[in-house]
Design a protein around this ligand. Structure first.
Ligand code: ATP
Ligand code: MG
Length: 429
């Protein structure tokens, strides 16, 4: 596949170009390695643009997570320019230029959406092919999801190039799909979730057409690959917006098809929002914690209210509540097991102090996590407040040793067991 010749643009579709003097992005904000890659591409006669989320975040005065480079060089041409370059990706081929042990600059060739006539005969090859049809910068902008994600920063002129009206939407703090939302959501339903994610992360409003598009297409998300949805969910948690996004998804009918029938309730969304606050303060929780939080409300409702069920029964209930999710998303056994342990721990803590097995509970490695989950739950529901602080004292070793209740019968002292003298050995004198 070779890049298409960069045909002259029809006047009506010329991009808006903002010269260096009229925008705030400076090269100082771009990391050294990314700049090196861009300069080398440019010196060798190729286009080199900063693309996607990096440009968006710089224009919003936010720190980009990473920088991606777009170019008209093919992956092989990129590879020939850098000794430390590896071609990766099954879905679409990308060039990774490595610096040292951890730094990678991702370089993608401009692509376009494949038309029906372009496709190879074998339908199994369609998907990979569609993702790999090289195109012009303009086509590359139009294949992207949202206008604010399709801005380019050109290293040749230091200008910003906007083919899709992204600058206007950035200024209005509005999320708009490129093209017709119904078409773009049908093409890739995960974009609906991404729309809610960017609105929450950037505090943007959802354009009316996008909102209507989500209402119309929500069911389609049930067809998306579970592995991709799982990754997106972890991303939402990392960005501390999973509570807000799932709440909005529920309001728009997107949540049930997204999570295989999960309905969520006010307490669950409030708990996830509480977790997001925790993420902003101390980093994202591990996946089992997130799973346990998602299903805690349902689990507590499933447990008998007397809290007297035998532990084996509660383990079974926790397993039943988590099973559909873990099965659908192929969650590894170790992770679902930990989520189950966490729920069980919450149950045991919620039963109160001085129950059988308390000493083991206090030393169990999952108990601090279960207590943290119960504490978050307690904050959002108002339940178990005293109990949480009581358990905290017990776990931190602050509390006085438990006294025997006054009316309890005095314990019988165990007599030291007498050793039977071994026949052949005399005790030494
Ligand atoms: P961040 O990395 O901060 O989450 P981002 O905008 O860089 O945000 P990525 O998921 O890294 O998001 O994707 C990089 C770019 O690829 C996006 O900015 C967008 O232009 C394009 N993109 C990603 N996913 C899609 C999609 N499903 N459909 C169309 N374009 C997409
Ligand atoms: Mg990115």
């Amino acid at each position: 596949m070779t890049p298409l010749a960069d045909a002259p643009e029809p006047a009506a579709t010329l991009p808006i170009i903002i010269p260096r003097a009229e925008h705030g992005i400076s090269r100082k904000q771009i990391d050294e390695e990314t700049l090196k890659v861009m300069y080398r591409l440019h010196r060798n006669g190729y286009k080199a643009y900063l693309v996607g989320g990096g440009v968006r975040d710089l224009l919003l005065g936010r720190r980009p997570k990473d920088f991606d480079v777009g170019t008209d060089a093919t992956p092989d041409q990129v590879k020939s320019l850098f000794r430390n370059c590896f071609l990766v990706g099954r879905r679409f081929r990308l060039a990774h230029v490595r610096f040292g042990r951890d730094k990678v600059v991702e370089v993608a060739t401009f692509r376009r959406k494949a038309e029906a006539g372009d496709l190879p005969e074998n339908p199994e090859d369609h998907f990979a092919f569609q993702e790999n049809v090289f195109g012009t910068p303009r086509e590359d902008a139009f294949r992207r999801d949202f206008t604010i994600n399709a801005l380019f920063y050109d290293i040749e002129s230091f200008s910003i190039i906007d083919y899709v009206g992204g600058l206007e939407d950035l200024a209005a703090r509005r999320l708009r799909v490129i093209g017709n939302p119904l078409e773009r959501f049908t093409e890739d339903p995960v974009r609906m979730l991404r729309a809610l994610e960017f609105c929450a992360r950037l505090e943007f409003s959802l354009d009316d057409e996008v909102r209507q598009g989500i209402y119309s297409c929500a069911q389609l998300i049930a067809e998306a690959a579970p592995a991709r949805i799982r990754e997106e969910l972890l991303g939402l948690s990392r960005h501390a917006v999973i509570g807000a996004v799932l709440r909005n998804a529920a309001a728009m009918g997107l949540l049930e098809p997204l999570l295989g029938g999960y309905q969520g309730d006010e307490d669950s969304f409030a708990l996830l929002e509480r977790l997001d606050r925790r993420t902003r303060e101390s980093g994202p929780p591990p996946e089992p914690f997130l799973l346990a939080a998602l299903y805690l409300s349902r689990f507590l409702r499933a447990c008998p209210p007397s809290r007297e069920a035998p532990v084996t029964e509660v383990v079974r209930l926790a397993g039943l509540v988590l099973a559909p999710h873990c099965g659908y998303f192929s969650i590894a056994r170790a992770i679902s097991h930990q989520a189950r342990e966490l729920l069980l721990g919450v149950y045991r803590l919620a039963r109160g102090r001085r129950q059988r097995g308390e000493r083991r509970l206090l030393t169990h490695p999952m108990t601090p996590w279960s207590l943290e989950l119960l504490a978050c739950w307690s904050e959002v529901t108002g339940d178990y407040r005293d109990l949480v602080s009581n358990w905290r004292d017990a776990l931190s070793g602050k509390e006085a040793p438990a006294k025997a209740p006054a009316d309890a019968a005095p314990k019988r002292r165990r007599r030291p067991r007498r050793r039977k003298p071994r026949g052949d050995k005399q005790p030494s004198a």
